[in-house]
Ligand binder design. Sequence first.
Ligand code: C2E
Ligand code: MG
Ligand code: MG
Ligand code: MG
Length: 292
Amino acid sequence: REAKKAGGGCYRRYRAELDTHRTRFQMEREIKAALENRQFRLYYQPQFDLVQGRLAGMEALIRWPHERKGMIPPSEFIPVAEETGLIIPLGEWIFESVCRQISAWQARGVAAVPVAVNLSARQLFSRKRLLAQVRKQLADHAISASCLELEITETMLMANLAQALETFDRFRALGLSLAIDDFGTGYSSLSYLQRLPINKLKIDRSFVRGITVGSRDRAIIESLIHLSHNLGLQTVAEGVETREQADILRNLGCDKVQGYFFAPPLPPEEIERQFLVQKKSLFPPEGTDHPS
Ligand code: C2E
Ligand code: MG
Ligand code: MG
Ligand code: MG
């Protein structure tokens, strides 16, 4: 009986794996089709300067409005795109779209803040192609490198440090700025921070979430802010959902903030309307905290 039980477990595990493979394979085909049919969209989330109270930048975040399944979150398809290599053409589409958008905003005289693009490790591995692509897009759309920022997560960075170092040097030479994303969730050896030609640390939202309840997260954030400032880097806090979090971050000297309290990721038309034309104020009226 025991053996049968174990066997049954094995079979179930096998089935589950098979199903996972099938869904992955199907997802791969759907990503390809969505790319060909231009179904992906880019949303933009504003970042604000806590000192001057102004719009300071935006992060481009991919969206996939699926005909049948609704909005598929990036956490579901980006990993598949990374595993299958589809992140290379997808990443190129992202760069192209961002550059086209920046150039359209500039032509209408509304945009003057840099846009951050998320990079995956796989893109760093094909460095030549990536660099050529970025150069081409900047030239084709006649925009300056200072309009673009690249984000890479701490985890991806540490897993590919040698490659990242070289690629980052090239990007800095081109004039792009660089940020480490989800900082505090990976395991960086802090000594590398001073060797990396980066401009910003983005403090992961898991620390921001607990900033008011436990004093630990607050202590960690405070140390991260000091660390970045001592290294000449800026800090951006991610996932700010309440006024209280924003106030604490400002008091701690955090440079920039991004989060639902200020604005969610929005389609470019909305960004233009609310933040580039109207220049909506930094702090929404009292009592409008985003429920977390
Ligand atoms: P990320 O780069 O750390 O992006 C921040 C994520 O936090 C976004 O999730 C954003 O919608 C979400 N967020 C912003 N403010 C708040 C807040 O106040 N509260 C909470 N709970 N969440 C907030 P999203 O768009 O689902 O993206 C998830 C991840 O997928 C990103 O994390 C990034 O790693 C990846 N990703 C998204 N777009 C791209 C892309 O164009 N290329 C690549 N390679 N990765 C992408
Ligand atoms: Mg990011
Ligand atoms: Mg992040
Ligand atoms: Mg993330």
